[in-house]
Design a protein around this ligand. Structure first.
Ligand code: GLY
Length: 572
């Protein structure tokens, strides 16, 4: 009987596109250390959120240019059919003021919001991971922090690009703000040599043993506040104790039968990606046919649409706790139709005429995870530019962010990413600065179709948007979708298109002929997981040092025996 049934069962397994969620797990991570940590947590029975928390702490050790406990980010979770969005973005210190980066003449002081002691917002990462664990974690907190403790204590072999980057950054920081002590901590990194971080290991042990209080209260908080006081910085123990991560409604829109779920304000990313997808469809209807992928017509179409998206970003988006963001108005059908009708499909719309329509080295890092139950995490985290403010908290061993540059220091003056802003994103005490981080999940029916995200300042929006088009509109597999050249236009600087190496030179010539200025410079580090007919594909952008893996799950628990959240068990 058994020998009779076996071939039939085997045949069924081969021809039935079983739900990926029940057979496979996948991680797409920005480095190989975090990939190993995330995989091992999933193989031990942890869910996608457990793996994300462990990976976030590991990245704080092995990817110091962007992984962090001194910064913030956004985590988008798909769990048991529901989506949850966690905002752990940094907040301005209580003593911050609107004009804190202006001199007596009202001009922006160069670099003050980018390097040194005044550049940092109050970090949100540890509180964010704690909140995620309370609500969705299933393994013990200490078990998730331990891999990072080990990596900091025992060390890890430094990848060559990191060693090169750290040494050149240390050199560039010489002679800047005296609080910048980056060189002392990271300037000795040698390719292939084991790099240990004992102060960071001690901080991570406090976080492991005391939870979020191991960072926001007690010894770590005192080290941060003392260091700030001694260098005339602004972050106080009261700021740290008051920091809150927030659960918010994600942006969720229907597009071509898919559900696009992404980051809500204080990120601009979800609204921007959703607007861009919807305007694209309306414009296609006007054109009558789809332009070829990466043709001049296609690049121009996306640039025309992008002009409107970035004009709205500059005017309307900011921290929703301080400023009313007109989310539904920006995504509403008639508004999208009106914006699409404004596109000049043949020539370039004059930049100054594009006004809002209603009455990084760009570091940051992203990872995507899908577990055996079909849960997913799309997490983007940042200390803003590479190595943040360049300031390491002495005694605590971690880099602080330079996220204050994501505020608008003065209306009409661009920040590092060339992004403009006004009142919606002006500095106020305890306010969160506007972000472009766009962790996104594309749903099809109740299942995941794609998990995507990238670093890159304002180019994040472009990378995420074009990764979705490449998979859904052009049918590319995960690797091709993220390695095919992308291009970025964000309204200002006027008529400039930045593009990745590999864009056809005839297309570049055609676009220059239309009046665009083309600028070849790579961007982004997409980490995506795609579900293609029930099989998972995971891919890391080839230009980075990412590591993506799809692996068979261990024995499946019986239905209904998926682990329960720790928070639910403890009533937390
Ligand atoms: N720091 C980059 C961003 O949040 O957009």
């Amino acid at each position: 009987m058994r020998s009779f049934l076996f071939p039939i069962v085997l045949l069924c397994l081969l021809v039935t596109p079983a739900k990926a969620s029940q057979q496979q797990a996948a991680v797409a991570m920005p480095d190989t250390f975090s990939a190993a940590v995330a995989e091992s947590i999933l193989q031990r029975g942890g869910n996608a959120v457990d793996a994300a928390i462990a990976a976030q702490f590991a990245l704080a050790v092995t990817l110091p240019e962007a992984g962090n406990i001194g910064g913030g980010g956004f985590m988008l979770i798909h769990r048991d059919g529901q989506q949850y969005f966690l905002d752990y973005r940094e907040m301005a210190p209580g003593a911050a003021t609107r004009d804190m980066y202006l001199d007596e003449q009202g001009e922006v002081i160069p670099d003050a919001s980018i390097y040194g002691i005044l550049a940092s917002g109050v970090p949100g990462t540890v509180r964010g991971m704690w909140e995620a664990h309370q609500r969705h974690g299933t393994l013990e907190w200490a078990e998730l922090v331990q891999p990072a403790v080990d990596l900091a204590e025992k060390g890890f072999p430094v990848p060559e690009p990191l060693a090169r980057y750290a040494r050149s950054y240390a050199k560039r920081m010489e002679g800047k703000d005296p609080a910048i002590n980056f060189g002392r901590y990271f300037g000795s990194m040698e390719a292939g040599a084991v790099f240990r971080q004992p102060e960071l290991a001690a901080t991570l042990r406090r976080i492991r043993d005391e939870g979020a209080d191991g960072f926001y209260r007690g010894k770590t908080a005192k080290l941060i506040a003392d260091f700030m006081r001694s260098h005339r910085g602004l972050i106080t123990e009261a700021d740290l104790a008051a920091y809150e991560a927030r659960w918010r409604e994600p942006i969720a829109v229907d597009w071509r039968g898919y559900r696009i779920v992404s980051a809500s304000p204080p990120s601009s990313g979800g609204i921007a990606v959703a607007q861009w997808l919807k305007i694209y469809d309306r414009a296609l209807a006007r054109l009558g046919e789809k332009p070829a992928h990466n043709s001049a017509e296609y690049v121009h179409l996306l640039a025309e649409a992008g002009k409107r998206v970035f004009a709205d970003r500059a005017e309307y988006l900011g921290d929703p706790d301080f400023h009313q963001v007109p989310v539904s108005a920006l995504l509403e059908g008639e508004y999208i139709a009106r914006r699409s009708a404004e596109l000049d499909l043949a020539g370039i719309s004059p930049t100054p005429a594009i006004v809002p329509g209603l009455p990084e080295s760009e570091e940051t890092t992203h990872f995507s995870i899908v577990d055996r139950w079909g849960n997913a995490v799309s997490n983007t985290t940042t200390i803003n530019l590479g190595f943040g403010s360049g300031v390491v908290v002495e005694g605590a061993g971690f880099l602080l962010n330079d996220e204050m540059d994501d505020f608008s220091a003065k209306p009409g003056v661009a920040n590092f990413f060339g992004a403009m802003g006004g009142e919606a994103n002006e500095i106020r005490p305890h306010k969160r600065m506007l972000s472009s981080m766009s962790p996104t999940i594309v749903m099809e029916g109740g299942d995941i179709r794609m998990v995507t995200g990238s670093p890159g300042g304002t180019t994040i929006i472009t990378s995420v948007y074009q990764s979705i088009l490449n998979v859904i509109e052009f049918g590319m597999d995960a690797q091709r979708a993220i390695d095919t050249p992308r291009f970025h236009h964000q309204l200002w600087p006027k008529d400039q298109i930045r593009y990745q190496p590999g864009l056809d030179s005839a297309v570049v010539n055609d676009l220059e002929g239309m009046g665009y200025q083309l600028n070849e410079r790579g961007f982004g580090d997409l980490q995506v997981i795609v579900n293609r007919n029930g099989r998972l594909e995971a891919a890391s952008q080839s230009s980075g040092r990412g590591d993506s893996r799809v692996f068979a799950s261990e024995a499946l628990p019986e239905a209904g025996q998926a682990p329960q959240p720790v928070g639910a068990e403890t009533g937390g």
